[in-house]
Design a protein around this ligand. Structure first.
Ligand SMILES: Nc1ncnc2c1ncn2[C@@H]1O[C@H](COP(=O)(O)OP(=O)(O)O)[C@@H](O)[C@H]1O
Ligand SMILES: [Mg+2]
Length: 352
């Protein structure tokens, strides 16, 4: 079988901004490619401006999609949309789910409608929208459609109207998109790695956050500083606990339940990592969904999906292969078998 690998690679000289925070390092892309080699020939398809041509010439049997996308608020849905256009199967969620989950406000509307706990919120498009905001402090603010800690800084936790009035215009201007203002959730935080479809959806062991590992005085927020400044290859931030220690079993089960409800509410497929945080009443609330979860291979680096998978007994390659198997089963109704591995296509004239 020929398997396409759709990805966006971080540029060499990473600028001092968070512009490419979502894109993957060459080492991650190589590791995924190696794991996919188990199924046959891997065709690397960088999701750049020539991606549509490369995909239509290569026509792999399935695309492993880890591309975060190039442009605009629907960027994560472009690769799956092109695959659908060309009727090429792909792993993971469809364009609708990927576009919706990138927009945290739209996601929360769906969660709220479906009765999945999520913090009360407003989407602020203009600074005047802050007048008569019906939400009590403290509040948490963030760009409505970013990921990987982009635009989430320690001072996004606003205790006062003055802080809010400073922070919101800054984010509106810097990220040129609406700002999500929501009730601050002061309780413990978890992230839930989920695998599967339909009747067979399961949570991997919960990952908990130990905020005591952040520098003294830092608020308990896993934002840009924690992800990209305080956590380095030389000094990894030991913030994750999998499974979390000292957490009541009932809270763990309830956290898994809201994560699974969110997975279904947004129509996720194959896999997704869901962030959950406990409100002041002790109820786990869904913060956001990551249907293209980070998958850094190095166990020393903080990458939650591979971490949870390791605790569940998967190797890194085993996890990547499980995603392909899960997708293949969903698409064809059967397991990846010998006949699939044998269906090698004639080589195409271009190198994609
Ligand atoms: N409403 C909230 N209350 C408390 N903390 C929050 C809230 N929203 C986000 N955070 C903190 O900010 C972090 C990043 O927010 P998140 O929406 O998950 O952004 P990203 O897409 O960058 O992961 C969360 O992991 C959590 O620590
Ligand atoms: Mg998150």
């Amino acid at each position: 079988m020929r398997i396409g690998l759709a990805y966006n690679e971080k540029p060499d000289a990473t600028p001092a901004s968070d512009a490419y925070a979502e894109w993957d390092d060459p080492s991650t892309i190589d590791a995924v490619g190696q794991a996919l080699g188990r199924f046959g020939t891997v065709v690397r398809l960088e999701a750049d401006e020539l991606f549509p041509q490369k995909l239509s010439l290569a026509r792999p049997d399935i695309v492993f999609n880890m591309a975060e996308g190039l442009h605009g608020p629907c960027r994560e849905s472009h690769v799956p949309a092109l695959c659908e256009y060309l009727q090429i199967p792909y792993t993971g969620s469809d364009p609708l789910t990927l576009a919706l989950t990138l927009h945290k406000g739209r996601t929360k509307e769906i969660l709220a409608y479906r009765g999945v706990p999520t913090a009360p919120f407003r989407v602020i498009e203009r600074i005047e929208d802050l007048e008569r905001l019906p939400l009590p402090f403290p509040l948490f603010v963030k760009p409505v459609a970013e990921g990987s800690g982009k635009g989430i800084f320690v001072n996004n936790l606003c205790e006062t109207p003055a802080q809010l009035a400073e922070r919101v215009p800054f984010l509106l201007e810097r990220y040129t998109q609406p700002v999500l203002v929501e009730t601050y959730l002061p309780g413990p935080e978890f992230t839930v790695a989920i695998l599967g479809n339909n009747g067979d959806v399961r949570c991997l062991p919960l990952v908990g956050f130990d905020f005591a590992t952040l520098p003294p005085g830092a608020p308990p927020v896993y934002g840009y500083e924690a992800k990209w400044i305080w956590d380095t290859r030389e000094h990894p931030l030991a913030i994750f606990q999998c499974p979390p220690s000292g957490v009541a079993d009932s809270l763990c089960r309830e956290t898994e339940r809201v994560a699974l409800d969110a997975y279904r509410a947004l129509g996720c497929r194959d896999w997704c990592r869901i962030d959950v945080r406990v409100d002041r009443f002790g109820v786990p609330n869904v913060v956001e969904l990551n249907p293209l979860p980070g998958i850094i291979p190095d166990p020393a680096m903080n990458s939650c999906f591979p971490k949870a998978a390791r605790v569940a007994g998967y190797t890194y390659d085993g996890l990547i292969q499980e995603v392909v198997r899960t997708a293949w089963r969903r698409i064809t109704g059967r397991d990846v078998g010998a006949q699939d591995a044998a269906s090698v296509h004639a080589p195409t004239a271009i190198s994609a």
